[in-house]
Design a protein around this ligand. Sequence first.
Ligand code: G3P
Length: 218
Amino acid sequence: MKFFVDTANLDQIREAHDLGILDGVTTNPSLMAKEGITGEANIRKHYADICEIVSGDVSAEVISTDFEGIIREGQELAKIAPNIVVKVPMIKDGIKAIRWFSDNGIKTNCTLVFSAGQAILAAKAGATYLSPFLGRIDDISWDGTELIAQIVEIYANYGFATEILAASIRNPLHIVNCAELGADVITAPLKSIMALLNHPLTDIGLEKFLADYAKGNA
Ligand code: G3P
């Protein structure tokens, strides 16, 4: 199971990388805006900075919604570094563009996926990654994990090579659920990844070990 961090914050990317468990990064226009990164040149420079830290795949999202625009933008993004993955929205021209990128050796991440039907189309088009948005489905009182389970089953039925990259993760339990279901990748905020560390019995146990050591060595 691969771990990606879902942020454009360089400090958080460095922290996840230093932990030794980071396989890649995902970003989106909202995450870029959150860091105050605006304008084409600054955004490209920021992707280059992320790729300096991380050798794994880094998703960079296009903002065009027409086929020609997506191709033009994706080609430019792909030139930034060999580990850039072009993130393309799940729309008709996006699917056409994913097919084109796939035929031309450029990796893609199909984003804004909310149904199994969309997942089938993206795999047929040759997407490298598929991003179903777990948390946003939970937000409307549906069960996001059900969608992950459905896609895992469908992709296994046909041996689709597209990797399921569970996105819109909101808490550590989402990560555990995705692991149980067999998602290939999760992308999560650093907070959710770090929360996997926590267990009160670990803290209590460690405190006792250290206290007993201190007594024995007093
Ligand atoms: O990068 C896409 C995704 O992870 C968005 O998450 O929390 O905005 O639904 P969220």
